[in-house]
Design a protein around this ligand. Structure first.
Ligand code: AMP
Ligand code: ZN
Length: 452
């Protein structure tokens, strides 16, 4: 069965379901903008876990929340990301939320990420949060601050810091994670569960503590407890959520359940693009639709992500996307994804069970493809089995485009130039072919082409 790295115990642990189904909670998108390819890497992680369990007969109950209120921008003047974007686009914040939520589902579908069983919205879970906050106050884990906001008392939770290693004694006042608008708290590491509205008028609700809105961390505790119960097998998110988001979530949840509620904390490393962090401020943000606009199959992104272990930082480049796109087409053309009968392929299963070693599975497919000792039927059985988790649609029929005679001639000339190691001529022809709308990919087996 699947073994996966648990951030809290800093060890690889077997996934053991506490009930009939394996329960997974994956922190969802903040729907104030389109998800970028980095966010999608994290969303793919829960799909890989789920599919790996499913091919071994497990049923999975995956819940992924929609954060549509309360996620504040880390800024000197913190603002709710939703409200800031609503102002920018001059439309209602709920309209912003529904628009980007719809785009999120489109992206997931294009990436063959199976839908979660439920997608609770924070804005529709306010009552649940009120109940949870009231319980935390009753248990003396939370208090109403001098500014009317409700805060969690970090010092009331003895094992604070277990996930991230950030123990309270080491957290100094004025840390980056602290919001400057949380002036009414008693201790610098406390955080707001319910924020008093002040002069904010949109996305606010009445509550036993006055008009306000929820803090981001309490949302996930409330929604996960409601939909998955007191014990959750796996909790997934990007590495940046380890602290403070997951640390705070754990404190809130465990304080009411009096259990170690999450059995496994799984964090995906970040994705860089062309060597740089993705950030709006530097204009380095790539969306799935940018790939599609350049003529790439959206699954070429899934392909690239699979070639990297989820726990390593990876650098995505346009070149790697182009290469993935070409290999994807070659694999589909081979027909290996179409086996009607297949058995589990042990090396594939072992690699997946070993902390989702998808690069090893991809490597296996590359060597199986070339292996002259295997029949096409044997190759197809392996490809088809692996594709249940890889989900690259390897069985998809590929329509081979007709190549205009002129381009066919240039391609043949380039093949000759390449065999003669006449690289300058081969490069010149490549540029000519690309200008004519072809995508050229040089592989160990020769040049591959496609129409853009
Ligand atoms: P957000 O929509 O900002 O709430 O983020 C959604 C998810 O994407 C969270 O789990 C983040 O940890 C994750 N995430 C943010 N940036 C990246 C990145 N560059 N690479 C991978 N995951 C990311
Ligand atoms: Zn969360």
């Amino acid at each position: 069965m699947l073994k996966i790295y648990d951030t809290q115990s800093r060890a690889t642990k077997e996934v053991v379901s506490t009930a009939d189904e394996v329960t997974i909670y994956c922190c969802g998108p903040t729907v104030y903008r389109d998800a970028h390819v980095g966010n999608l890497r994290t969303f793919l992680l829960s799909d890989l876990i789920r599919r790996t369990l499913e091919i071994q007969g497990k049923t999975v109950n995956l819940v992924q929340n929609i954060t549509d209120v309360g996620h504040m921008a880390e800024d000197v003047n913190p603002q709710d990301k939703m409200l800031a974007q609503a102002k920018l686009e001059a439309i209602d914040p709920f309209e912003i939320a529904r628009k980007y939520e719809a785009n999120f589902h489109t992206d997931l579908a294009l990436l063959n990420i199976k839908p979660a069983r439920s997608y609770p919205r924070a804005s529709e879970s306010i009552e649940l949060m009120h109940k949870l906050i009231a319980k935390l106050i009753e248990l003396s884990h939370a208090y109403v601050g001098s500014d009317g906001s409700v805060y969690f008392a970090a010092e009331s939770f003895a094992s604070y810091g277990a996930i991230s290693g950030n123990r309270l004694k080491d957290l100094k006042p004025g840390h980056r994670y602290e919001y400057t608008d949380e002036g009414g708290k008693r201790f610098h590491a406390d955080w707001a569960l319910w924020k008093a509205a002040g002069d904010r008028t949109e996305m606010v609700w009445d509550s036993p503590w006055g008009i306000g809105f929820p803090g981001w961390h309490i949302e996930c505790s409330a929604m996960s407890l409601d939909l998955l119960g007191d014990e959750i097998d796996i909790h997934v998110g990007g590495i940046d959520l380890r602290f403070p988001h997951h640390e705070n979530e754990r404190a809130q949840t465990n304080s009411v359940t009096e259990l170690e509620s999450v059995k496994l904390w799984v964090h995906g490393e970040h994705l860089l693009f062309e060597g740089r962090k993705m950030a709006k401020s530097t204009g380095n943000v790539v969306l799935l639709k940018d790939l599609v606009e350049r003529g790439y199959d959206p699954l070429s992104l899934r392909f690239c992500l699979l070639e990297n272990r989820y726990r390593s930082q990876m650098d995505l480049t346009w070149d790697s996307i182009a290469a993935a796109n070409a290999t994807l087409k070659r694999w589909r053309r081979s027909g290996f994804g179409k086996a009607a009968n297949y058995r589990p392929d042990v090396p594939t299963l072992e690699a997946l069970n070993n902390d989702l070693d998808t690069p090893r599975v991809m490597q296996r497919l590359r060597s199986v493809e070339k292996d002259s000792n295997l029949s096409d039927a044997q190759k197809a059985a392996i490809f088809t089995f692996a594709d249940q988790v890889l989900a690259l649609d390897l069985g998809r029929d590929l329509i081979v485009p007709e190549l205009p005679a002129e381009l066919a001639r240039l391609l043949a000339d380039r093949e000759i130039a390449r065999s003669a190691k006449n690289w300058s001529e081969s490069d010149r022809l490549r540029i000519e072919l690309e200008n004519a709308g072809l995508v050229i990919n040089d592989t160990a087996d020769g040049q591959e082409w496609d129409l853009r």
